[in-house]
Design a protein around this ligand. Sequence first.
Ligand SMILES: Cc1cc2nc3c(=O)[nH]c(=O)nc-3n(C[C@H](O)[C@H](O)[C@H](O)COP(=O)(O)OP(=O)(O)OC[C@H]3O[C@@H](n4cnc5c(N)ncnc54)[C@H](O)[C@@H]3O)c2cc1C
Ligand SMILES: NC(=O)c1ccc[n+]([C@@H]2O[C@H](COP(=O)([O-])OP(=O)(O)OC[C@H]3O[C@@H](n4cnc5c(N)ncnc54)[C@H](OP(=O)(O)O)[C@@H]3O)[C@@H](O)[C@H]2O)c1
Length: 595
Amino acid sequence: MAPGCDDTLQDGFCDFSHVHRVGVIGAGVAGLQVAEQLSLSGIECVLFEKAGDVGGVWRQNYADFGLQVPKELYEFPSFPFPAEYGSFPKGPQVQEYLCSFARAKGIYAMTRLRTAVLAMVPRSGGSRGWCVHFQTEGKDASEEDFDFMVVATGMYGTPLVPSVPGMENFHGVTMHAEKFHEKSMATGQKVIVVGGGKSAIDCAVAAAKVAESSTLLFREVHWPVPRYLLDLVPFKWGTYSRFGHATLPMHWDLSCMQRCLHRLAAPLKWLWWRTVELMFRFQFRLSGDFVPTARLEHDLFTGGQILSYEFRDMLRARKMSAQKGAIARFTETGVVLADGSEMQADVVVFGTGFTKSYSYLDQRLRSQLSREDDGLYLYRNMFPTKVLDLCFVGSEVSTFNNILTQGLQALWLRHVLTGHVSLPSVEAMDLVVERERSWKRSWMPKKGDRAAILQLHKMTYHDQLCSDMGVNPRRKGWNLLAEAFAPYSAADYADLFPSDQGANAPAAKMDACRDLRIGAVAVVLIITLLAVVLALVASAGSMKVASIAGAIVLATPTLLDVAHRRGIELKRVASFSLSRRALPRSPLMSQMTDL
Ligand SMILES: Cc1cc2nc3c(=O)[nH]c(=O)nc-3n(C[C@H](O)[C@H](O)[C@H](O)COP(=O)(O)OP(=O)(O)OC[C@H]3O[C@@H](n4cnc5c(N)ncnc54)[C@H](O)[C@@H]3O)c2cc1C
Ligand SMILES: NC(=O)c1ccc[n+]([C@@H]2O[C@H](COP(=O)([O-])OP(=O)(O)OC[C@H]3O[C@@H](n4cnc5c(N)ncnc54)[C@H](OP(=O)(O)O)[C@@H]3O)[C@@H](O)[C@H]2O)c1
């Protein structure tokens, strides 16, 4: 037992040996990965999903929705996206991919579809765990016991529609963005879309293609991020690399040396972000009300929106409009804005974001969770420290690569529940939570879900999870150039995740990778040494030869790294397309193994 565990709560966090059966609420990207990981350790998992299929937000959403990042930045580490989907898969393709993951990993067999969790109460009789009350469509409510519960209900499951005076008298249609399923709902209509986030912009653009008019009505603009910086460099090189990460507001979890470096570099960081703002203003032709007032490096932490140029171009071509303002009240035929002006409308779409519901917990448990007005602060964004045998995966965290974040969370949870990672004392966990809370409140824009927001700081979060699990967080191996400047994606973590090939495959794969790496390091060292010697000799004589030698020294490790990674990637894709063919529907339970 870890030191510091001296009462029931602390004992509880130090020992999860009672956990054999886990209930998971939600079969979205997060729930699926929890089921994959826990079942690999022999833990029985039951997923409760109130909808008719797995997939969560990808099952159905607003018209034309899809990935805002290229697919290599949104894939399961152990299950690459099929090549035929193109760079930015649309919603239905993402859903198809998620279903194929669930099929290949045998997760459908663990999932109770059309079954909503209504409530959960601590087990009676002194046993640890929960009694879960649930109801399957068309059947009576029922209850079952679980040793541990995982809440994987997502960040965006409860739509937020502000209540506006006069709404009930409006003769047109109002809906939340997630219900604007088809563009045809706007055909020939006067549409107003409320909000300045990604959903609102996408809905206004979709509506504009068929509507009589489409107006985006926002109260605050946010910085758009282009797919290519200066139309040349994919944005991931800036936002998904350690270099990009180092330019962000300083994280609380840094060493003394790192803090000093951040402070010394503060003027450079400031200059960097002002330059990037100019670049984005130029790329999106932002002026007037469309120039955000918040600093870009802060504004990215309100949600973030990666945009193509469709919105910009349609505005410039006057195929749609956008204006700053807020609805004061509805009339029968439209809305009156706060400044007194009137707008006619047939359809009003609210792209006004989401809220949270914890209705499955009773009042006492909810107050033990201590949710505040900027969200629920948890240890590692997963564990509440006042409630035992409950954790949140994916539902209290938001990053720029959610699928990977949730994958790492699921892996981390598996390590905790199987005793491979010990949680610190409750006091130490509370301290971490407190440091994170005050750090966020010191600079991050206030939002109802600020506690969950990590966005670009995902890098440090992923590092924390890896370090907790005793895994090297630096995933680029020996190539320091790549470590500093190359984007991080799910592929960098692939060897931490079990493959379909059976119990010994991960270890065998890791061994093979290690051998390959050692060989590659040797080759690089030899070539680099030779090149350095050549450069030294040549620099005394010819400038031209010296430059070539210098270029070789710089380029060799990177080229070798690219080739090496490409090789691993090809092997990964080949092995999984093979396994998809071989194991289309086999239940994972038969491949169970311990860590
Ligand atoms: C339109 C849209 C586009 C997005 N694009 C990106 C992107 O490009 N990149 C990115 O990183 N992230 C993106 N996100 C964020 C996205 O939410 C996450 O990437 C991820 O899909 C969330 O998965 P989840 O499993 O946590 O939650 P969800 O997908 O919301 O799944 C939760 C599941 O829980 C179920 N559930 C809830 N309550 C109950 C209950 N009481 N009983 C039973 N079942 C219940 C729900 O039915 C749902 O299926 C996007 C989000 C939206 C809305
Ligand atoms: N991959 C994709 O294509 C994609 C698509 C959609 C969403 N997402 C992700 O999903 C998350 C949610 O995005 P979202 O756009 O749905 O929500 P969001 O980012 O929370 O944005 C909500 C917007 O509504 C505005 N708003 C809230 N309440 C309002 C009110 N009462 N009156 C007027 N305006 C109001 C907010 O204004 P303020 O800014 O002033 O608060 C904000 O602009 C984000 O992380 C996003 O990146 C991704």
